[in-house]
Every structure is written in C-alpha cells, then in structure tokens.
Ligand binder design. Structure first.
Ligand code: ADP
Length: 186
C-alpha cells in the first residue's frame, strides 16, 4: 500500500484540501509546511517571527528552517512507532528535495508516490483571491506563482526521472479530484 507520498502543484491547486482528506481516510500523518509555519507565526515563536515577513512577501522561508520542521516531525513519528505520511508544500525547491531524499534514506522511508495537481493559472488566481489569507492579495499571488514556476516546478522533472510522479487534473469538485487521487493509490 502507498503510505509515503507527497503532493506537488502550484498555490491554489487544492493540495491542502486533498491532502487533509486523504490523510484522514488513510490514517497518514499530514505534514503541511505552510500550516506548520502559520502556527509558528500565530504562536509568536522566534521561528514564526523569522518566517512571517518572508511569507507575507510570497517568498520561500529558508531551506534549513523548513527542513528542521519536517525532520523533527518525521523523527517523532518514527520514535512513536512509525506510520505513513503525506507531505504537502514541501519540498519546494531542488535543495529541499535533495535534503529530503537524504533524510528519508536515513530513516529508511523512501517516497512511494508524488501526486502532481495541475490547474490553469486563471483558475488558481481566482481561487486564491477568494480564499482571503494574509498572503492572498493579487500582487503577492502573482509573485507566489512566479516562485512556483522558477523554484518548485523543476521538481516535476526531478520526480518524473525517479519514476515517482503521477499527475491529476485539479479542476472539478473536491469529490471528483479526491476520486482521481484515490485511483492512483494501490
Ligand atoms: P500555498 O500552497 O498557497 O502556496 P502554503 O500554505 O503551502 O501555501 O505556503 C505559504 C507560504 O509558506 C509560502 O508562500 C512560503 O512563504 C512558506 N512555505 C511553505 N512551505 C515552504 C517550504 N517548503 N519552503 C519554504 N517556504 C515555505
């Protein structure tokens, strides 16, 4: 069974929604670096203070910081007896992907599947504008899409070469997309 996977795709593609549903249905640990960073900002921790301004500009927080967050969660899970996981919003550039690969080698937990959620820019922008999060105004959204194209999109080829990538069309109802993703899991 597939129980170690990651979701890839542009902001607004619905990764968070689908990741949450799949993780709940399959009993996987859902690790969203965006959610974890927002929780740190909310808590006013040193880490959150470091991340807040960067996130508000739509740029990526430092690789070391997000890697430390993911590492501690995955190590915690393994120490507690292990289990499957779903990474959402991480990795976001090649350096993070390399670092993740190394961490997963250490843990003996290789990725089994990368789900790429694909959607047109026009629909992405519309969805993000209606969401109304602090970093969801039009200028910042356009910048996040640029950052995605420049830094994150190269991961598509990276995981395709490793024969881990499967793409799904991310347009339609939440349930329809959920069914497309479920069909990829065996
Ligand atoms: P979205 O899916 O809409 O892009 P996220 O909740 O995944 O939103 O991320 C929001 C912000 O958090 C990003 O724009 C970035 O500043 C920061 N962030 C999240 N994950 C990472 C990561 N892996 N590396 C660097 N920054 C990240």
């Amino acid at each position: 069974m597939t129980q170690r996977l990651l979701f890839l795709g542009p902001p607004g593609a619905g990764k968070g929604t689908q990741a949450q549903r799949l993780a709940a249905a399959q009993g996987l640990l859902h690790l969203s670096t965006g959610d974890l960073l927002r929780a740190e900002v909310q808590a006013g921790s040193a880490l959150g203070q470091e991340a807040e301004a960067v996130m508000a500009r739509g740029e990526l927080v430092s690789d070391a910081l997000v890697l430390a967050i993911v590492r501690s969660r995955l190590e915690q899970q393994q120490a507690a007896g292990g289990g499957g996981w779903l990474l959402d919003g991480f990795p976001r550039n090649l350096a993070q992907a390399e670092a993740l690969g190394q961490l997963l080698d250490e843990l003996g937990q290789p990725i089994q599947l990368v789900v790429l959620m694909e959607l047109d820019d026009a629909v992405l922008i519309e969805r993000l504008l209606s969401r109304g999060r602090a970093d969801d105004n039009e200028a910042v959204i356009r910048h996040r899409l640029e950052v995605y194209r420049e830094q994150t999109a190269p991961l598509i080829a990276y995981y395709r070469e490793r024969q881990l990538l499967q793409a799904v069309e991310a347009a339609g109802t939440v349930e329809a997309i959920e069914a497309r993703i479920a069909a990829l899991l065996t």
